[in-house]
Every structure is written in structure tokens, then in C-alpha cells.
Design a protein around this ligand. Structure first.
Ligand code: A3P
Length: 275
């Protein structure tokens, strides 16, 4: 499959980025959020699609069921910062969409850059973090079939963790908790968003958002995204905690732990690398 060439990296406010995520910056800065808009913030491969889909089902699953079979997740829950010519995905294209209330937008940009968005304080933020070892393995496979970059995982997870301490409108989630008990995490998410869906609705959402159901759903498995080569790897790859053990050698794991300890010295964040 012929993918577009990998775009060049450059420094953008201290983060290595490609023009695909910065060309549209003026629109992003001027993004007109409303009070019940939700920003889903994640480091790539931490569970963005999973939580985006749960939120989309929560808000629109019952009222607009046709949306679930006709529109891909990258359009229903658009990336705020993305600007791919090949996808015709530009923030201005999404503005009419996001102006319907309670629509979520997602982004991978780090917490220091998000300060540049004028409306940031208006937004409710759902942050999803994943342990570094599984995150890097998932990213490794993703990077083989797609063309993205997003700066330091450490800055991302810690930056948003700090933001959570000062902004009551930031809900911080962990991929490992979702794997362990998605029902409980959905309840917490609903509580944060001040929503009380019926037990039936929650059961329905949890069923639709199960790994194998999402993997077989072309609207959310990204198989229609023309910048990804599924012959190399799948977007919905394994969906597990602890896959890093199949990739790290003992020596690599020791090196990783040493470096991790150093970089996380000042952080109170705790991740689980197995459950
Ligand atoms: P793996 O590559 O480890 O399988 P993102 O959406 O942020 O790019 O994250 C993608 C990762 O989340 C992939 O991890 C994908 O399989 C996993 N994922 C997506 N939906 C999931 C689900 N319902 N259950 C478990 N993992 C899921």
C-alpha cells in the first residue's frame, strides 16, 4: 500500500511535531468551545478511540443511532489539531459538527500547549493515560503502519496530571482501570459529566465498546483511514495490559525502569504495568 511520505519533524513550543498538527493552529487557538463541550486528551495509543467511542455512545447512541453506522469515529469525535489533506479533516470542517452540543473533540497535544487554546477553561477534559511500557509497544506497532509523533510521554501524562490538581473540570482516567472494570470507569465518567444513563444504556455501551466488537466495527476500527496500512499492523491490535512483556528483553526492561524512575522522581502518578 502506498502511504503518503512521513512528514518532517520540527520543534513546536518545545515538542517535536509535524505540520499535519500545526498548520491549523490559528483555528485551534480560536476554537469556540461551549461549556458542555468535552476535550478528550491523551498521549497517542492510551485508549483515545475507546473512550471517544464510549462518550459518543453515551451522548448520541440512543438519540442518533444512524450516526453509529454511517460515520467514522474520526469524524464523529474529531481531532482538534489534525490537518491531513488526504483525510479532508480540518478543524473548520468540524466546527458545525462540534457546535451540536455535548460533542467531544480529542487531541494528543500536551498540557502546556493546550494553554494556548483561548477557550481551554470552558472545556470539560477527559484525560486517558496508559502505562509507559504498553503505551510504547502499542506506539511502536502504530508507528510502523502510520505516520505520527507526539513528544514526550512523560511530559504529557505529568502535565495533565498537574492540570487535574488545579482544574476541577479535568477527569483523569487510566487504561488499566478500563481494562480491569470498564463498568466502574463508565460510572465515574458519567458522574464527572453529571449524567445518569439507565442500567440498560450502560450495558449497551459497554457491550458495543468491548475490544472485539470495536475491532470488527469499521466505523471505529480505523480501517477506513487512508494513512494507515493495515497489512503491517491493525489499529485495534491486542487491547491488553502487559503486552510489553512480549517485546521487552530483560536488559531493556531494566534500562527502562532505571530511566523511568529518574524521569518520574517528582511525580505522584502511579501506573500499573500488569493487572
Ligand atoms: P494496542 O495497540 O495495545 O492493542 P488510541 O485509540 O489512543 O490510539 O489507542 C489504541 C490502543 O487502545 C490499542 O492498543 C487498541 O487496541 C486499544 N483499544 C482500543 N479500544 C479498546 C478496547 N475496547 N479495549 C481494549 N483496548 C482497546
Amino acid at each position: 500500500m502506498d502511504l503518503p511520505p512521513r512528514p518532517e519533524l520540527f520543534d513546536f513550543h518545545g515538542i517535536s511535531m509535524t505540520h499535519c498538527f500545526t498548520d491549523n493552529w490559528e483555528n485551534i487557538q480560536n476554537f469556540q468551545a461551549k461549556q458542555d463541550d468535552i476535550l478528550i486528551a491523551t498521549y497517542p495509543k492510551a485508549g483515545t478511540t475507546w473512550v471517544s467511542y464510549m462518550l459518543d455512545l453515551l451522548y448520541f447512541g440512543q438519540t442518533f443511532p444512524e450516526r453509529q453506522i454511517s460515520t467514522s469515529i474520526y469524524q464523529t469525535v474529531p481531532f482538534l489539531e489534525i490537518n491531513f489533506d488526504t483525510l479532508d479533516l480540518k478543524t473548520e470542517v468540524f466546527l458545525p459538527l462540534v457546535s451540536t452540543r455535548n460533542t467531544s473533540v480529542c487531541e494528543h497535544i500536551s498540557s502546556n500547549i493546550v494553554n494556548y487554546i483561548k477557550c481551554f477553561l470552558l472545556l470539560q477534559v477527559v484525560y486517558v493515560a496508559r502505562n509507559a511500557k504498553d503505551n510504547v509497544v502499542s506506539f511502536f506497532h502504530f508507528d510502523r503502519m502510520n505516520k505520527v509523533v507526539f513528544g514526550s510521554w512523560y511530559d504529557h501524562v505529568n502535565g495533565w496530571w498537574k492540570k487535574k490538581q488545579t482544574h476541577s473540570k479535568v477527569h483523569y482516567m487510566f487504561y488499566e482501570d478500563l481494562i480491569e472494570d470498564a463498568g466502574q470507569e463508565l460510572d465515574k465518567l458519567c458522574h464527572f459529566l453529571d449524567m445518569s444513563p439507565s442500567v440498560e444504556t450502560k450495558t449497551w455501551i459497554l457491550d458495543r465498546a468491548q475490544f472485539h466488537n470495536m475491532k470488527n466495527n469499521t466505523m471505529v476500527n480505523h480501517s477506513v483511514v487512508p494513512v494507515m496500512d493495515f497489512e503491517i499492523s491493525h489499529f485495534m491490535r491486542k487491547g491488553k495490559v502487559g503486552d510489553w512483556k512480549n517485546h521487552f528483553t530483560v536488559a531493556q526492561n531494566e534500562m527502562f525502569d532505571e530511566d523511568y524512575k529518574m524521569k518520574m522522581t517528582d511525580s505522584t502518578l502511579q501506573f500499573r504495568t500488569e493487572i
